[in-house]
Design a binder for this molecule. Structure first.
Ligand code: AMP
Length: 213
């Protein structure tokens, strides 16, 4: 199963993708998580990417496509994957088409999660991430058991630099300008499944599962 999750930042792509990882035993490939790991490890790529990320802008397409190409060669991708946060521009979608053609692989579906910008702003400012394992919480509907601490590893929870209100607005503009056209790219290939993602995590999970069955 080869899937793409598209949607604005904070719509719940990562949360929903994680359910499918268990269901289909395929990895979730999040370019945002990969970049944050580079930033944590202070690699050359991480140092370069951090400026774009902190400003709510996109990292150059060529950097992202190289990262994905190399990730696809790993063993766990051989039976499929869920792409979360990629492709985010038309050149990335075209680059992915080219990579897949070379591997003789086809996508199964593109899940499009949709929600109003006002809900996104509310959700993202309540999002907290773990400094240790990267697990994501939401203080409104998925809080940790102990305030400020991760349930899994007890490390500190923090508000991502790019989850502050000014940067959220910038990320939403980037989404509408550069990522929304990617939906049309896949609609033309009859691959898109649109899901209204304003409800509870469990309700959205059921709708996603039903759309893919
Ligand atoms: P995310 O965790 O997916 O919201 O990504 C956080 C940030 O990483 C984004 O705001 C971008 O700066 C960068 N990023 C993640 N994925 C991509 C991508 N596919 N193309 C360009 N930049 C990306």
């Amino acid at each position: 199963m080869r899937l793409i999750f598209i949607g604005p930042p904070g719509v719940g792509k990562g949360t929903q993708a994680k359910f499918l990882v268990e269901q289909f035993s395929i990895p979730q490939i999040s370019t945002g998580d990969m970049l944050r790991e580079h930033v944590r490890n202070q690699t050359e790529l991480g140092i370069e990417a951090k400026t774009c990320m902190d400003a709510g802008k996109l990292v150059p397409d060529s950097v992202i496509l190289e990262m994905i190409k190399s990730r696809f060669t790993e063993d766990d991708c051989q039976h499929g994957y869920i792409l979360d946060g990629f492709p985010r521009t038309i050149p990335q979608a075209e680059g992915l088409d080219f990579i897949l053609e070379g591997l003789n692989q086809k996508l199964d579906s593109v899940v499009v999660l949709e929600v109003a910008d006002s809900i996104i702003i509310h959700r993202l400012s309540s999002r907290r991430s773990c400094r240790g394992c990267g697990r994501v919480y939401n203080l409104l509907f998925d809080p940790p058991q102990t305030a400020g601490k991760c349930n899994e590893c007890n490390e500190e929870l923090y508000l991502r630099d790019d989850d502050n209100p000014d940067i959220i607005q910038q990320r939403l503009s980037v989404y509408h300008e550069q990522t929304a056209p990617v939906i049309e790219h896949y609609a033309q290939q009859n691959l898109t499944k649109s899901i209204e993602a304003a409800g509870s995590i469990e309700d959205i999970k059921s709708t996603v599962m039903a759309a893919l069955s």
